[in-house]
Design a protein around this ligand. Sequence first.
Ligand code: ADP
Length: 389
Amino acid sequence: MKRVGVIGGGQLAWMMASAAQKLGIELVVQTPSPHDPAIAFASETIFAPIDDAVATAQLASRCDVITFENEFVNLEALAPLAEQGVCFRPALQVLSPLLDKYDQRCYLKQLNLPVPKFVALDCEFNSEAIHELLLDAQLNFPLVLKARRHGYDGQGTFIIQDMNALQQRLESYFNQQEWQSLFLLEEFIPFERELAVIAARSSTGEIVIYPIVETQQEEQVCRRVFAPADISSSVVAEIEAIAHTLLNSLQAVGIFGIELFLTSDNKVLVNEIAPRTHNSGHFTLDACKTSQFEQHLRAVCDLPLGNPALQYQGAVMINLLGYEYAQNDYIVKRQQLTEIEGSHVHWYGKSKSRPGRKLGHVTVLLDSRNPTQSIGIAEKVESLWYGDV
Ligand code: ADP
């Protein structure tokens, strides 16, 4: 039996549990809070912050391989463990160019992968200096300001219309004394759609790619995922080639989520790489022959990769986001959601709800491909869940 250490005990680790059981793998979790979802299914838990490398040393002593459900780790502090022979999958050097959004953009650009124009905000924060920086980088407003590290679910990502708004935003960071992270500025892409793809690579270099999906965000947070995306075969081929180039050049092992923009003239740009299982792949739990969670465990445990194909004509995944501060398990609403034909409700068991928090998701399996029907299903789920909110 293999023992897999997982850094992070949120819903992504929780969703690995049934795959782990199926494959005869034990999960040992490092996570800060006894209320975190994965605790319920872990064989053992080490209660410690994600970036606590001393705790990760303990984790290493209790498992064969360590993987990540949360990438907000301290790579420098983990490096001595890797030198002592601890097996991280993906390896620390794979994570290294990806954890900072600016470094990630530079890495992708160096691979000649298409990305929005970008620049590190490394000048004085006065309008003349910023103006000059933008001129040099050939960037104009509107722009997107991003915290280089620790951004998730749109936290730390701001669409900025003009210099005034940019200065106000930066000042608000100064005032909050949160001025730790650095920023990146990038071109605002007036995308026609957002797409995502989940890909896995094994230690022997085998790659499998899941069907490409369309994702819909509201206020920079993922709300809906439609699988498969209604895109041309040439866009599919281009995105699959991007996944191959990226995973091979990283020598990645495990699942990677790749978020993309598609413009109205069919141009594909890479937005972001997640070196782990990803929200855009949750549909795979119910809709695909091998879920992204099983695939990830297969890759990190050197088991043969599974078939990523859809078993249905399509699927719609809708995130159930918190819309209030409450202690509530929403039993009645969850029951109503299970009554929708073809639906599978996944509830992460979090004890507290707050606006925007991911509490669960619903996947509805489809027996035909009809975009209008898929949108209707998403609207039905959302009106049941959010009601008049
Ligand atoms: P996070 O890491 O917090 O998910 P992202 O960088 O993925 O942040 O951005 C979240 C969302 O913000 C994207 O899904 C997209 O809707 C929007 N966004 C991000 N970058 C751009 C951009 N350059 N142009 C237009 N929209 C963007």
